[in-house]
Design a protein around this ligand. Structure first.
Ligand code: ATP
Ligand code: MG
Length: 553
């Protein structure tokens, strides 16, 4: 098995065994595209790598043998277009299967892949082109995207080539025609032409939940860091079919749609859709026999409002959740409806799975879990001292002994920002949590989101979870509103479930409900009902936007 090449030990009996004995062996000049994809292709060319479908009923399946060939063709095309080792190339490909040809091809050349979302505006693209000196852009043939890319060019002197998926257009390569005409063999570069383990392979933008997205750089060892993500957290099955819900513009896509899954022998499932319709997603999960599933909490929040008894989940063995805190109510309802326990994980674009509920552990609803193998985690108080059990502090990673495989190298071309979050061998995640007597970590909120009211510190997550226990609440966000007397007061912005209407009685009922299930001083003094919460494109609640709106009133 492929994993044995990279791990001293593959099977563990317990969480303790995993933490103590998990060890990655990193070969020199590791390159995922050759050493994993082409390796599997040479031994089992017919093994399925990708099962793809879109919302219009189109389907495609790719074996490792085909992926080897298509990535070689694509590498030859990039080379023809002038792309060399170290050149940054931006991919705006949504969930089109060409994304996988392109990312592997860029790895083969040793170029830097920058996946981005199709929702970028002209200004965003100009910013990215110049921040990273992007040489080439490959994008979906959608009018808006083409328009924004074209408008960006005047102010993007580094961009020398551009390609469209499946469409002829003047000034653009037709990606699909080009790769059909190229040779199906690309020779692995050697010596000076080959990337080394510390070369940058990937730049990802963070979600932008708290502000401007940051550009995170990962080196060629990064895919190996995701062995833990896929094999020991998502618990993917050799020969199984894994679905992680994520657009390729976000790091979550490489957590769940390529590296660790293929290393662990699972195929990945891709559902290419524009609008999230809970019913449709549930249907494809059942129809294609997804075996392991990973999604942010927002997806599960919508799932539990569906009649889950209508679906046949017999193939679905394991479900994980990360990206935002998971409210215990969502855990409980999903469990009641499906019998599946949601295994939570915590991480960042900058990291791999850092805290997690691993298969040997009993999940505690509302807790993120325990430290992942290879990560030395601590909680620090405001004075930099380690917190006691039950005491709240910032989640940090100590890197004095080792830097975890898969942890970023820094923000690209931004030493100042890198040093701000990572100094004296401590990386500050910006997230607040506390640890219980069993070593489980409980999320409190992002450091910027924690509310200080009348001398109390209030974590938004706990109040949101309390509100969500009320059947009227579909989603909610807790934020602070400035107050002359208390400093800050707690506000809830609430999206109501079907069949509920806003009103003073409901405000009172929700306030009483929070007072009953949590410490009364945390109850929201203000409740605003809205149709939708402001979210990032990846589906995270942007409390910062609600705060800004309230401040400007
Ligand atoms: P930005 O850094 O641009 O503001 P972002 O932090 O949302 O955006 P990501 O890297 O996508 O960008 O998300 C990482 C963050 O998501 C973590 O720092 C944490 O705040 C949150 N997160 C991830 N998993 C969990 C979890 N299980 N529980 C609570 N929060 C989580
Ligand atoms: Mg962040």
């Amino acid at each position: 098995m492929l994993l044995e090449k990279y791990l001293s030990k593959v099977n563990f009996d317990s969480y303790e065994d995993f933490i103590q004995n998990f060890k990655l062996n990193i070969p020199e000049n590791f390159n995922f595209a050759y050493d994993v994809v082409d390796e599997i292709a040479s031994k089992t060319p017919d093994k399925i790598a990708i099962v793809w479908c879109d919302e219009n009923g189109n389907e495609a399946t790719f074996t490792f043998g085909q992926l080897k060939e298509y990535s070689d063709r694509t590498a030859n095309f990039f080379k023809k277009a002038g792309i060399k080792k170290g050149d940054p190339v931006m991919l705006i490909l949504k969930r089109r299967y060409e994304f996988w040809f392109a990312i592997l091809a860029l790895h083969k050349i040793g170029a830097i892949c920058i996946p981005a979302t199709h929702l970028l505006t002209t200004k965003d693209i100009i910013y990215r082109n110049n921040a990273a000196d992007i040489k080439m852009i490959v994008c979906v043939a959608e009018d808006e995207v083409i328009k924004h890319v074209e408008e960006s060019l005047e102010k993007s002197p580094s961009v020398m080539a551009k390609a469209l998926i499946g469409k002829d257009k003047e000034g653009w390569y037709n990606f699909n025609k080009e790769i059909e005409n190229e040779s199906p063999d690309f020779e692995r570069p050697t010596g000076e032409d080959a990337p080394t383990n510390d070369s940058i392979m990937l730049l990802y933008f963070t979600s932008g939940t708290t502000g401007m997205p940051k550009m995170v750089s990962h080196d060629f060892t990064y895919p190996l860091g995701h062995i833990v993500t896929a094999k020991y957290w998502q618990n993917v099955i050799d020969g199984g079919l894994h679905l992680t819900v994520a657009d390729t513009g976000w790091a979550k896509a490489v957590w769940g749609k390529i590296y660790g899954q293929w290393l662990a022998g699972s195929a990945v499932f891709v559902y290419d859709y524009d609008k999230f319709v809970p019913k449709e997603l549930l249907e494809v999960i059942c129809k294609y026999g997804v075996t392991t599933f990973c999604a942010p909490p927002t997806i599960y929040r919508f799932f539990i409002k569906e009649d889950l008894s209508k679906y046949d989940f017999s193939k679905l063995k394991y479900c994980t959740v990360a990206g935002e805190p998971l409210n215990p109510e969502v855990y409980n309802q999903f469990y009641k409806a499906t019998g599946i326990r949601l295994m939570e994980g915590y991480g960042q674009t900058e990291l791999t799975v850092t805290l997690g509920t691993f298969p040997w552990m009993e999940p505690k609803p509302g807790s993120m879990g325990k430290p992942s193998a290879g990560y030395e985690i601590d909680l620090l108080d405001e004075n930099g001292n380690s917190c006691e059990v039950g005491e709240e502090g910032q989640v940090v990673i100590r890197t004095d002994k080792i830097k975890p495989v898969g942890m970023f190298g820094g923000y690209y071309r931004d030493k100042e920002l890198t040093n701000k979050v990572w100094h004296d061998d401590i990386y500050y995640t910006g997230d607040m949590a506390w640890r219980d007597e069993d070593g489980y970590y409980w999320f409190v909120g992002r450091a910027d989101d924690v509310i200080k009211s009348s001398g109390y510190r209030i974590g938004p997550f706990e109040v949101e979870s309390a509100l969500l226990e009320h059947p009227a609440v579909l989603e909610c966000a807790i934020t602070a509103v400035p107050d002359p007397i208390r400093g800050q007061i707690v506000k809830a912005t609430v999206v109501l479930a079907k069949n509920y209407t806003p009103g003073d009685d409901l405000v009172k009922e929700l306030q009483d409900h929070v007072k009953k299930v949590t410490a009364p001083y945390k109850y929201p003094r203000i409740i605003e009902f809205v149709d939708e919460l402001p979210k990032t494109i990846s589906g995270k609640i942007r409390r910062v936007e609600i705060r800004a709106k309230d401040q400007s009133k």
